[in-house]
Design a binder for this molecule. Structure first.
Ligand SMILES: Cc1ncc(COP(=O)(O)O)c(C=O)c1O
Length: 417
């Protein structure tokens, strides 16, 4: 057993202790006005979050899953349409598609960024779809019309949006960003020759404020961002029982509003988000340096020149993932796997007819990834101990089997460039 203090995978207590008086004030304000649902606190947060994302509008929603569902519906995705996404994401991405009564289909991810591979998307659109007599793009797999794409900005890093948008444009498809893990991540668009914020690149984007996110509520919360005024209005109706005016229901909607308390809490925390994201980037750079110096046998995260990631998660790849996690657990260090089973192989989707081997990159990555402790309050000493324990584990492995056969591609030096 280690004599050190344990290092949690995620520390949600420290930031809330630090902000206790600010957050308590929000709670008092809500109690004193009894404005629990909607109202000025929600509107103020929406304005501030839109400004943070460089968008004209943000619509606060009760969760990221509903934000994604409402965005799909408001953008005009119809029941029975196909929405293309990746199998390497949290199931909420595909749940939102199904709940909009559309059908998810997958394309594989890029082995370095773990996000949608635009080349695989191109192959899918060119060879697995065909235009019908009316010009609609039909998926050969399901016989249904393909109408939208959801690239996921996983772990806080944007997908390569330029080629995805270009393909979407060529095929007339809607692009909705799943930015649920990417509050403040930036993408350099070669086409626009400027850095763009996650959430401002597609037609609309969904964010989650689940407590563990870079911007987390003290409960469930989400938002849609967009530059389209009509779309923002439609989403406001969908979240509020289809009404623009009380008890006048233009459509059947949902109970998908955000509580004023959560909006107030998020607004208070939003003022710290840029600093927290910068601290996460520093922690990630520190891990990269420590792993490179230790010549550790693992693949660190890859950040292309067009990306400024905000490290919602710091994910490495290693050959003996289970062994490494067990070793770290014994040393009191928390880890996670995001995500162990690709969506196309989940029991919930067994009816879709996908098979092992259909998305080989995703399947390979899912078997090797480990998420290490990552949060703004993580200290250099804690990071050093995480790296030391990983090196110790690797040494014990090397002793146990001196000549291991095939090894994971560990181009550590070139990947941290
Ligand atoms: C990639 C991704 N999409 C969607 C969601 C759904 O967000 P929520 O949990 O707020 O419904 C999450 C959150 O966990 C997520 O990580």
């Amino acid at each position: 057993m280690s004599t050190h203090d344990s290092i949690p995978f995620l520390d949600l207590v420290t930031p809330h202790r630090e902000l206790e008086s600010e957050l308590t004030r929000v709670f008092q304000q809500v109690l004193r006005t009894a404005g629990f649902i909607g109202g000025p606190m929600v509107e103020a947060f929406e304005k501030a979050f839109a400004s943070f994302c460089d968008t004209k509008y943000s619509v606060a929603i009760s969760s990221g899953t509903d934000a994604l569902r409402f965005a799909l519906m408001a953008c005009g995705v119809q029941p029975g349409d196909v929405v293309v996404t990746v199998p390497h994401t949290f199931i909420a991405t595909t749940e939102a598609i199904s709940q909009a009564r559309a059908l998810p289909e997958f394309v594989d991810i890029d082995e370095q960024t773990y996000n949608m591979d635009p080349e695989k998307l191109r192959e899918y659109l060119e060879s697995q779809c065909a235009a019908d007599e009316s010009g609609k793009l039909i998926s050969r797999r399901s016989g249904k019309a393909v109408t939208a794409i959801i690239p996921v900005h996983l772990y806080g890093q944007c997908a390569d949006m330029d080629p995805i948008l270009e393909l979407a444009d060529r095929y007339g498809l809607i692009v909705i960003e799943d930015a649920c893990q990417a509050h403040g991540a930036e993408y350099f668009s070669r086409k626009n020759n400027r850095w763009m914020k996650a959430g401002s690149i597609g037609r609309a984007a969904a964010f989650s404020f689940y407590p563990g996110k870079n911007l987390g509520a003290c409960g469930e919360a989400g938002a849609v961002t967009t530059n389209d005024a009509a779309l923002a209005e439609k989403i406001k109706m969908l979240r509020d029982h289809g009404q623009a005016k009380k008890y006048y229901h233009d459509v059947e909607g949902y109970n998908g509003r955000l509580d004023a308390l959560q909006a107030g809490i998020l607004h208070a925390k939003l003022l710290h988000l840029a600093k927290w994201n910068a601290q996460r980037r520093e922690r990630a750079a520190e891990y990269n340096r420590l792993f490179a110096a230790a010549d550790a046998a693992l693949v660190p995260p890859y950040e292309p020149s067009w990306s400024r990631a905000i490290y919602h998660l710091y994910v490495v790849r290693t050959e003996d993932r289970e062994g490494m996690m067990a070793h770290l657990k014994k040393a009191g260090i928390g880890t996670g796997i995001h995500y162990p089973i690709p969506l196309h192989l989940q029991k919930a989707y067994s009816g879709m007819g996908y098979l092992p081997g259909d998305f080989p990159v995703c399947e390979k990555v899912a078997a090797q990834i480990v998420s290490l402790p990552m949060y703004p309050q993580l200290t250099l000493e804690q990071q050093k101990r995480v790296v030391e324990e990983i090196v110790r584990f690797n040494e014990s492995l090397a002793l146990a089997k001196p000549t291991s056969g095939e090894s994971i591609e560990l181009a550590t030096a070139e990947r941290t460039a």
